[in-house]
Design a protein around this ligand. Structure first.
Ligand code: XMP
Length: 518
C-alpha cells in the first residue's frame, strides 16, 4: 500500500526483531496517543524513511547481536536524525552499533522477571519516576559497558547498563521492558520518551486514524471500485463504512447468507447497512447451496474448507455479475493475521477470512484494519457513528454455525442451535453481562443423552453454553457467569427448544481449548 504523508512526523515505526511484545509496544504507543506501525527489523532504511516516521523503536528479540546470523537493523537508521529507543535486544543493537559487537555479551547472571532497577542519573526519560522501581527483565545477553558518548541512566544487580542515553543525540536504550504491565510506571516512561523526548503531540486518536485511513484508501483505490463482503461482524462493518467514507458509491457490499448465521441475522444486517448506513448492499441467499455441500460432512477442517470454498465461489459469481471491481475490502484485524500462521507462527485453524479470496479473484486487497486490535476497531466504529448494538456484537466465525453443530450438519440441528443461542444471548443481555463477555454462544455436540420430561423418557441433544472473556481471542478464560443466570438460561432452553433435554457450561480456558469447539 502506498504510504500516506498525512501525518508527517507523528508516527513511530516499531522495528520488530522477533519480540514477543511487539504488538504490545504498538498498543502502548497508541495508548500514549501516538500513531505507530510495525515493520520487520531488517527493513532497509529506504523502506523505513518512505513511511516518514518521527521516531523509531527497536524491539526485543530472541537473537544475540554478536552472532554472525543475528537479525540486525540497517545501520542507516542511526543517520536519519530521529529519536531511537531500543528495548532489550534493541538496546543491545544500539550498543553494538556505537560500541562494536564486543559491547554486548552473555550475562553471567540471566535476569528473567521482576527486577529492582536503580536510577543512576536524572533524565527526562525517568521524569516523575522514583529512583528505585521494579521492572520486567527477560534477557540472556547484556550491554557490558556503555559505548563512547553514552551515559548510563540505570542499573540493576545483574545489569550494569540497564538504561543509557547518547550525550548529544536522542538515542536511548533500555534493557528492561517498559511496555509490560509488570514494569512499574512503564507507560509513564514511554509517555516521557514519546512526548518530551521525541516531541510527539500526543493528539492521535481514532479520529486521526480515520482521517489517515480514508486518505490511504483514496490513494490506494484511486478512481477504481471496490467490493466488500459484509458478514455482520464488527470488522467487516467498520471496514465497509470506512471504505464507504473514502470512496462513496464506488463501494459495493455483498452479504452472503450461507444458512449458518445466528437467528434473524441476515435480515437485521442487510436492513441496517442498506438503510441506516446507506451502503450499497446486495444480499444473496445461498443457504441451500452451502447446506448441500456440507451434507454428510463431520470433519471440522473439512467443513471449514467447504464453507471457505463455497463462499469464494458464491462471492466470485456475485462479483462477476455485479461488474468489474479492482479492489476487495477485507476486515482482517491483527489477531487474524497472527492466528492464520502469517509471519511464521503455527496454523491453529484455517480461518476463512484471511487468504483464499484474493488469489481466486485477482483483486488487490484493501485491509484498513490490519494492524488494529478488536477494541481499537470498536473505537473506530464508534467514531464512524456505527451504533453500539452492532459494535458490541460478539465476534462470529466465518464458517458460522457449521463449527458449532458438531458432526453432521442438518437444517433441523441448525434451527435448534439458533433458538438456544438466541435465548442465551437474551439472558446475558437481560443480566447486563453481554458487553463484559468477549464471546458467548451455544454448541450442539453430536450426542444424545437420556432425560425425563413429564414422566416420559427423552433421548435428546445437549446444548453446551460457551462464554469467554478475552482481550484479543489469542487467550481466553471462561466467563464466571452467575449461577442464577445459567439456571434461567438452562430452564428456558429446555422448555422452549424442542430436541434439547440437557444444558452444560464449558469451563475450559484457551489454551488448552480453543474458543470454538471446532
Ligand atoms: P478459536 O476457536 O481459534 O477462535 O479460539 C478465536 C477467535 O476466532 C474466531 N474464529 C474465526 N473467525 N473465521 C473467522 O472470521 C474463522 O474461520 C474463525 N474460526 C474461529 C472465533 O470465533 C474466536 O473469536
Amino acid at each position: 500500500m502506498k504510504e500516506s504523508q498525512a501525518i508527517p512526523q507523528e508516527k513511530v515505526i516499531i522495528l520488530d526483531f522477533g519480540a514477543q511484545y511487539s504488538q504490545l509496544i504498538a498498543r502502548r504507543v497508541r495508548e500514549c496517543r501516538v500513531y505507530s506501525e510495525i515493520m520487520p527489523g531488517d527493513s532497509s532504511v529506504e523502506e523505513i524513511s518512505a513511511r516518514n516516521p518521527g521516531a523509531l523503536i527497536l524491539t526485543g528479540g530472541p537473537g544475540s547481536v554478536y552472532h554472525e546470523d543475528a537479525l540486525t537493523a540497517d545501520e542507516g537508521i542511526f543517520e536519519l536524525g530521529i529519536p531511537v529507543l531500543g528495548i532489550c535486544y534493541g538496546h543491545q543493537l544500539i550498543a553494538a552499533h556505537y560500541g562494536g559487537r564486543e559491547a554486548v555479551g552473555p550475562a553471567s547472571r540471566r535476569e528473567y522477571g521482576r527486577t529492582s532497577l536503580q536510577l543512576a542519573s536524572t533524565d527526562r526519560l525517568f521524569a516523575g519516576i522514583p529512583s528505585r522501581i521494579d521492572v520486567w527483565m527477560s534477557h540472556g545477553d547484556l550491554v557490558n559497558e556503555p559505548p563512547d558518548r553514552f551515559k548510563v541512566l540505570a542499573h540493576s544487580e545483574g545489569t550494569p547498563v540497564a538504561a543509557m542515553v547518547h550525550e548529544a543525540l536522542p538515542i536511548y536504550g533500555v534493557q528492561f521492558h517498559p511496555e509490560v504491565g509488570h514494569t512499574d510506571r512503564g507507560l509513564d516512561m514511554l509517555r516521557n520518551w514519546l512526548h518530551d523526548i521525541a516531541g510527539f503531540s500526543g493528539e492521535w486518536d481514532m479520529k486521526s486514524f480515520i482521517e489517515h485511513a480514508v486518505q490511504q484508501i483514496r490513494e490506494q483505490v484511486g478512481s477504481g471500485s471496490a467490493l466488500c463482503g459484509l458478514s455482520g461482524g464488527v470488522d467487516s462493518a467498520v471496514s465497509a463504512v470506512l471504505v464507504h467514507r473514502a470512496i462513496g458509491d464506488r463501494l459495493t457490499c455483498v452479504f452472503v447468507d450461507h444458512g449458518l448465521l445466528r437467528k434473524e441475522e441476515a435480515h437485521t444486517v442487510t436492513e441496517f447497512f442498506a438503510r441506516e448506513m446507506e451502503l450499497n448492499v446486495v444480499a444473496v441467499d445461498a443457504s441451500e447451496r452451502f447446506l448441500s455441500a456440507l451434507a454428510g460432512v463431520s470433519d471440522p477442517e473439512q467443513k471449514r474448507k467447504i464453507v471457505g470454498h463455497e463462499f469464494i465461489s458464491v462471492f466470485d459469481e456475485q462479483a462477476r455479475a455485479l461488474g468489474d471491481f479492482d479492489f476487495l475490502v477485507q476486515g482482517t484485524i491483527y489477531p487474524d493475521v497472527v492466528e492464520s500462521g502469517v509471519g511464521g507462527s503455527a496454523v491453529i485453524k484455517s480461518h476463512h477470512n484471511v487468504g483464499g479470496l484474493p488469489e481466486k479473484m485477482r483483486m488487490a486487497l484493501v485491509e484498513p484494519l490490519r494492524e488494529l486490535f478488536k477494541d481499537e476497531v470498536r473505537r473506530v466504529g464508534e467514531a464512524l457513528g456505527i451504533p453500539g448494538e452492532i459494535l458490541t456484537r460478539h465476534p462470529f466465525p466465518g464458517p458460522g454455525l457449521a463449527v458449532r453443530v458438531l458432526g453432521e450438519i442438518t437444517r433441523e440441528k441448525l434451527d435448534t442451535l439458533r433458538e438456544a443461542d438466541a435465548i442465551f444471548e437474551e439472558e446475558l443481555r437481560a443480566a447486563d453481562l453481554y458487553r463484559d463477555i468477549w464471546q458467548s454462544f451455544v454448541v450442539l455436540p453430536d450426542m444424545l443423552s437420556v432425560g425425563v420430561m413429564g414422566d416420559q423418557r427423552t433421548y435428546a441433544s445437549t446444548a453446551v453454553l460457551r462464554a469467554v472473556t478475552s482481550e484479543d481471542a489469542m487467550t481466553a478464560d471462561w466467563a464466571r457467569i452467575p449461577a442464577d443466570v445459567l439456571d434461567v438460561t438452562a430452564r428456558r432452553i429446555i422448555n422452549e427448544v424442542p430436541g434439547i433435554n440437557r444444558v452444560a457450561y464449558d469451563i475450559t480456558s484457551k489454551p488448552p481449548a480453543t474458543i470454538e469447539w471446532e
